[in-house]
Design a protein around this ligand. Structure first.
Ligand code: G1P
Length: 265
């Protein structure tokens, strides 16, 4: 719920899903559930207040968000890993392809990153994950892939067919510096893999390990998406996102830039 400028981080992820054509959202929560639920709820009191005070623009924004989405919540009682969190949504997802968005990864892109992955998924009918190149010394913070490039739409360096995946490898053992970023389009077979695997890195059920398990029976693709990713789960990444998003705002950008220029750096 921590805001970047004036919007909670989680809302950037939800809006990216909406702008990618996804309307049914399942939020897997731990603690802080009620604050998140309240945020996405249609609030009768808030709408009434805005209406009575004639705040038409604000009212339109509130209505717009609550009209567009259908949000359900699932509780992950213990933090047993990303794979475990995804497994908690199994019943609600059912037998359809679905997307996973890790809201800490905020991505600015002309075409939403998730939409880019969905387009690849529509073409190949296979699971697709987002990847980006990271400096070699940082790869141990991510899932890393070993993959061969696949030509697609006249482009030879964006799409990859995955050969192997490793969660949080040591720098010396990483198969590449292509890191998994928190966007996935998955097919329901992943749930069988999540149930079949043992805990991995950090003693947690890892989505990366389930994907490696699934790779034995299915092709899986990785897409080096177009856009800028901010790691809002990291203090420096959060600050960078805050400064850059504020500078881009029509109402704040000018005065904020003036302020920054006035700092004795
Ligand atoms: C998770 C995934 C990891 C991925 C990362 C992207 O790790 O397990 O494979 O690279 O998200 O942000 P976490 O950051 O939750 O430790």
């Amino acid at each position: 719920m921590l805001p970047i400028v004036d919007k909670p981080i989680i809302q950037y992820g939800v809006e990216e899903a909406l702008h990618s054509g996804i309307q049914n959202i399942i939020i897997v929560t731990g603690r802080g559930k009620s604050a998140i639920e309240d945020h996405f709820d249609v609030s009768f009191e808030l709408e009434y207040l805005l209406e009575s005070r004639n705040k038409k623009e604000l009212l339109a924004i509130v209505r717009n968000i609550s009209d567009m989405i259908d949000v359900s919540y699932v509780r992950q009682k213990e933090a047993l890993g990303l794979g475990h969190a995804v497994l908690r949504a199994m019943e609600l997802v059912g037998h359809e392809p679905f997307a996973v968005v890790l809201a800490d990864d905020v991505i600015e892109a002309e075409t939403p990153a998730l939409r880019q992955l969905l387009d690849i998924h529509s073409f190949f009918g296979a699971p697709v994950l987002a990847v980006m190149e990271v400096p070699a010394e940082n790869i141990s913070s991510y899932g890393a892939i070993d993959a061969e490039p696949v030509s697609h739409n006249g482009c030879h360096d964006r799409l990859f067919r995955i050969r192997n995946l490793v969660e949080k490898p040591k720098q010396s053992e990483a198969p590449s510096n292509l890191a998994i970023i928190g966007r996935y389009v998955l097919t329901p077979e992943i749930f069988d893999s999540l149930q079949a695997i043992d805990p991995g890195s950090g003693g947690e059920i890892q989505l990366t390990d389930a994907l490696k398990h699934l790779l034995r029976s299915r092709p899986i693709y990785a897409y080096r998406f177009e856009g800028t990713r901010y790691d809002a789960g990291d203090k420096l990444g959060f600050l960078k996102a805050t400064v850059e998003f504020a500078l881009r705002r029509r109402d704040l950008g000018g005065p904020f830039l003036e302020y920054l220029k006035g700092l004795k750096l």
